[in-house]
Design a protein around this ligand. Structure first.
Ligand code: HEC
Ligand SMILES: [Cu+2]
Length: 347
């Protein structure tokens, strides 16, 4: 670490530099405004103070130029700050289309992370440098918050729905992961490490793992185990919706509403099928609450996504194809690059 005084951890993600720049410019502008106002108060108190018992106060009226100046200048400044902040916010909230997906389940008091190829980790996450990673997160119990200061990302992790956040590590290293939402007695122990690795080292890390099956192949197993396949089969007309191509599609509901089939919708369709009935079908799907764990849900969702065409219908960009996590997620994929608990910290 450098010797100069640091107010924040070293910038280690693609957005960190601009994030810090905005933060310091905001702080500087607000500081200048505070000092300016304080100086004007002090000056006016001295300049316009009452000098004797009999002195009448000096009357000052009008000053349209001054008033316009102190209205328009701050307006431009603060609208500029708003526009910049909004732009950066949208950038941080919108994962690039070629991001590698990782599912995160928070619970008292640990982080469970699963790669699409099936590799599972607890309180540790290995990612390659220079590749965007999208986290799809949910909680098994209370509200948690996924916070990596070096990456300048923080996102609440909520029970009952999926939230996402993304980052791209810009240098190799170990970066602290915190839970940033008080979640009970051992909240302070809900910490971990992000291991950002050079792509070659990451590739080695991936290959060291033993096969367990990709998330989608595990989801496919669940799909048969929970007898979903009895109703949702993939050939011909059926009394149940065909789930192929469901993810990302607009779904017409019985009550006339149209919604987009995202992770949260699919999750709800499994846990509470009666909440939203697909138009043209009956409410006959059994309720799987209490039978399917959060992790099995993420696997089922990964399976349903894998049998969907990728968003936009195109293949992931070729720029990432040398990266190990740029793997196809098709059904029946051998899952040869999966990882099991043979290594410390990986389960
Ligand atoms: C008894 C037959 C049956 C079983 C078993 C069943 N479903 Fe369904 N499912 C349906 C029907 C009928 C619908 C459409 C009505 C509705 O929305 O509830 C549906 C709807 C859905 C939807 C929303 C589809 C859309 O087009 O929007 C999803 C997702 C889904 N099921 C997943 C599953 C999964 C995963 C399982 C296994 C854990 C499962 N289903 C088990 C009958 C079934
Ligand atoms: Cu927590």
């Amino acid at each position: 670490m450098t010797t100069h005084l640091r107010f924040a951890t070293q910038q280690s993600s693609s957005v960190a530099g601009e994030y810090d720049l905005l933060f310091w410019i905001l702080t500087a502008i607000c500081g200048i405004v505070v000092l300016g106002i304080a100086a004007m108060i002090a000056y006016s108190a001295l300049r316009y103070r009452r000098r004797s018992e009999t002195e009448l106060p000096e009357q000052i009226q009008g000053g349209i130029k001054l008033e316009l100046t102190w209205t328009i200048v701050p307006l431009i400044l603060f609208m500029g700050m708003f526009a910049w902040g909004a732009r950066l916010y949208f950038e941080i909230e919108t994962p690039p289309a070629n991001a590698a997906e990782i599912y995160v389940v928070g619970k008292q008091w640990m982080w469970k992370l699963q790669h699409l190829d099936g590799a599972r980790e607890i309180n540790e996450l290995h990612v390659p440098v220079g590749r965007p990673v999208k986290l799809i997160m949910t909680s098994q119990d209370v509200i948690h918050s996924f916070f990596v200061p070096s990456f300048r990302i923080k996102q609440d992790v909520l029970p009952g729905r999926y939230t996402t956040i993304w980052f791209e590590a810009t240098r190799a290293g170990e970066f602290h992961l915190f839970c940033a939402e008080y979640c009970g007695a051992k909240h302070s122990g809900m910490i971990g490490w992000i291991h950002a690795m050079e792509p070659r080292n990451y590739q080695e890390w991936v290959e060291r793992g033993a096969a367990e099956g990709s998330m989608s192949s595990m989801g496919e197993k669940m799909f048969h185990q929970f007898a979903c396949a009895n109703c949702h089969h993939f050939e011909g007309p059926a009394t149940c919706p065909n789930l192929r191509g469901l993810y990302g599609r607009q779904v017409q509901l019985k009550d006339g509403q149209i919604i987009t089939a995202d992770e949260t919708y699919i999750r709800e369709s499994i846990l509470d099928p009666a909440a939203k009935i697909v138009a043209g079908y009956d409410n006959v799907m059994p309720n799987f609450t209490g039978q399917v764990s959060e992790e099995q849900l993420t696997q089922l969702i990964a399976f349903i996504k894998a049998i969907s065409p990728p968003p936009g219908g195109d293949q992931p960009s070729s720029t990432g194809s040398r990266q190990p996590s740029e793997r196809t997620n098709g059904i029946g994929e051998p899952g040869s690059s999966s990882i099991t608990g043979s290594r410390p910290g990986v389960r």
